[in-house]
Write a protein that binds this ligand. Structure first.
Ligand code: 5RP
Length: 226
């Protein structure tokens, strides 16, 4: 029986095997945030000469990438990116995700939006029939925290401030339990429209293109047809 840590390692290895054949010397690789991605970065170190640079979704990943000898570019200096690799807190079979357990959701959504393909790497505990058991992270402007909290209570959610945490953008996070999404795309759009919401951790309007799911019987690949 593999532990969750071992499965994360296998997902990271599968991501490396997936991206390496697609990397060119001038390729820019998007890199997400989290413990699964940390393992991917560690594996990437041996292949840093196979691509030009990375764009990172957090200060944490930037530090780890630089320590691994990978050049990290600002997103503003990049006009295209073939691949973005990141973990998730939940992913469903439509490849919609909940993200932001590590607090990097806003930069993750921005960087991944520039990439042609989002490669989601998870252990099998993250693959769900329906999104919603994991409390939804919502990054808020501090001034708007209570106003946003009132709005999400109206939607049936129970918001909790992530104590002692400030995002890389200087904002706060509400973790919201109890939400039922129904139509995740419409729900994400509705949350985006609440004044003071910087970003929500629902990735349904733009989900992943492929998920590499590490389980007890190996890594399976879920892919939506274009
Ligand atoms: C960070 C994220 C992570 O991808 C998500 O929390 C999964 O993390 P881990 O790989 O540590 O389980 O969205 O903001």
């Amino acid at each position: 029986m593999f532990s969750q840590d071992e499965l994360k390692q296998q997902a990271a290895q599968a991501a490396l095997d997936y991206v390496l054949p697609q990397l060119q010397p001038d390729s820019i690789l998007g890199v997400g945030t989290g413990s699964t991605v940390d393992r991917f970065i560690d594996l990437l170190a041996a292949h840093r000469a196979d691509f030009k640079a990375a764009v990172s979704s957090s200060e944490r990943s930037t530090q780890r990438l630089r320590a691994a000898g990978v050049t990290v570019l600002d997103l503003n200096d990049v006009s295209s990116m073939a691949l973005y690799v990141d973990g998730a807190d939940e992913v469903d079979h439509q490849l919609s995700m909940i993200k932001g357990g590590g607090g990097a959701l806003t930069r993750e959504k921005i960087v991944s939006s520039v990439a042609d393909r989002f490669v989601c790497i998870v252990d099998e505990s993250k693959l769900v029939e329906q999104l919603g058991a994991f409390p939804l992270p919502i990054e808020v402007i501090p001034l708007a925290r209570e106003a946003v909290a009132r709005e999400v209570r109206q939607l049936g959610g129970q918001p909790v401030l992530r104590a002692g945490f400030t995002t890389d953008n200087g904002n706060q996070i509400l973790d919201v339990a109890g939400l039922r999404y129904g139509d995740p795309i419409a729900f994400e759009a509705m949350l985006n429209n609440i004044p003071g919401v910087v970003c929500c951790g629902l990735f349904a309007i733009s989900g992943a293109h492929v998920a590499l799911v590490a389980g007890q019987n190996g890594v399976s690949r879920l892919e939506l047809q274009d």
